[in-house]
Design a protein around this ligand. Structure first.
Ligand code: ATP
Ligand code: MG
Length: 352
């Protein structure tokens, strides 16, 4: 298979963890006889410094000519004083909008050898295996009008039927490849957008008779994520609820550094990035956990290219290195051997 991948390392630990993911992709290419053309481009603070724009035209052209995007992380206090169009995060919002990446997918899976780093009791966190599908390009964060006076402020929450349908379809498709259950999370007892959301889920489920569907109110879901996270297989929810619940769910596995994510649209194109941010406090010290980025590359192979065995090989290699007792500093609990980023990556490559 021949594919072109845009590589956008970004800021802070972004370049370090992206380098790790690229090495893994190159190893997979060699071992399975694929050709991956890796095209580097600038985004975020790095792009503000070098191009005066957090998402330069040059970068968009590289991405437009690619089959998928691998992203590190953007941001850092260095750019805090910049006007909003020159903030690193703006690059991220703009690239999502440019490519219409409407579904954000975050798998949350407990890793047996890391259970002691979870804030939950081990017997609650054990065997957690869920995927959160969050609507990413509409809802409260994008609604107009927004208004502010001394005495009041307004944000607007709007969803169209079509916006709900496409993200709900994604969730059903993902559930088909897993345990076949979708939990749709809303606040249908008070919000009109949630009533429409629930209606659309009920309609779409007719096309997926093999999938079990349950509706849950967001407050109850927030509680169940902590008390009984194993009940979830695929969660689908709107933008703000998904933002909050996916951060809540991310702590179950113990470290932010472990978690991958994908932002996709229906034709298979997607952007893949670790859940963590640029972590400027540890940047340049060769101690960032590269697993989130490496597992994001695995998600790319699976979702965008349909390379399932290759993706599984990467997941198994990462698990195996962790099981052998190696980890980065963020996972130091539980008598493990802390190694630098590059040593950890070398072990993953050897495993592959
Ligand atoms: P952002 O605003 O970009 O999301 P943030 O400050 O909210 O950034 P992160 O940068 O993701 O959060 O990380 C918070 C802290 O968690 C970091 O300062 C770092 O100490 C730790 N951390 C995050 N990612 C990693 C990683 N991959 N490896 C090790 N530690 C990490
Ligand atoms: Mg953050």
């Amino acid at each position: 298979m021949e594919k072109t991948i845009a590589v956008l390392p970004g800021d802070g630990i972004g370049p370090e963890v992206t380098r790790a993911a690229v090495k893994v992709l190159q190893t997979i290419a060699m071992r399975y006889g694929h050709t991956f053309h890796l095209k580097h481009a600038a985004i975020g603070g790095e792009a503000v410094d070098n191009y005066g724009n957090p998402l330069p035209q040059e970068t968009l052209e590289v991405c437009d000519a690619s089959d998928a995007i691998l992203l590190g992380a953007v941001g850092g206090s260095k750019w805090d004083q910049q006007p909003s169009h020159l903030r690193p995060e703006k690059g991220l919002l703009n690239i999502r909008k440019h490519f219409d990446l409407f579904a954000n997918i975050r798998p949350v899976k407990a890793i047996p050898s890391l259970l002691s780093s979870s804030p939950l009791k081990e017997d609650v966190a054990r065997d957690v295996d869920m995927v959160i599908v969050r609507e990413l390009t509409s809802g409260l964060y994008f609604g107009e009008p927004k208004r502010r006076s001394d005495k009041s402020a307004v944000d607007t929450l709007v969803y169209t039927r079509e916006e709900i349908e496409r993200v709900v379809n994604q969730a059903f498709e993902i559930a088909r490849t897993r345990r076949g259950k979708v939990t749709s999370i809303d606040k249908a007892n008070v919000l009109e957008t949630s009533k429409l959301w629930r209606e659309v889920v009920e309609e779409r489920k007719q096309a997926y008779p093999d999938i079990e569907v349950e509706h849950m109110l967001v407050d109850s879901a927030a509680m169940k994520l902590i008390t009984n996270p194993r009940t979830f297989d695929v969660i689908v929810t709107e933008n703000m609820f998904g933002d909050i619940l996916s951060d809540e769910a991310s702590v179950i596995t113990g470290s932010l550094g472990m978690l991958p994510s994908a932002s996709i649209r229906s034709d298979g194109f997607g952007m893949y990035e670790p859940v963590h941010g640029s972590a400027p406090d540890i940047a340049g010290h060769n101690k960032a956990n590269p697993c989130g980025a490496i597992l994001s590359a695995a998600m790319m192979l699976k979702h965008s290219f349909g390379l399932h065995s290759e993706a599984m090989a990467i997941e198994e290699a990462v698990l195996s290195v962790l099981n052998d007792g190696y980890c980065t500093g963020d996972l130091s609990a539980g008598g493990k051997r802390v190694v630098p980023t590059e040593t950890f990556v070398t072990k993953v490559i050897e495993e592959l």
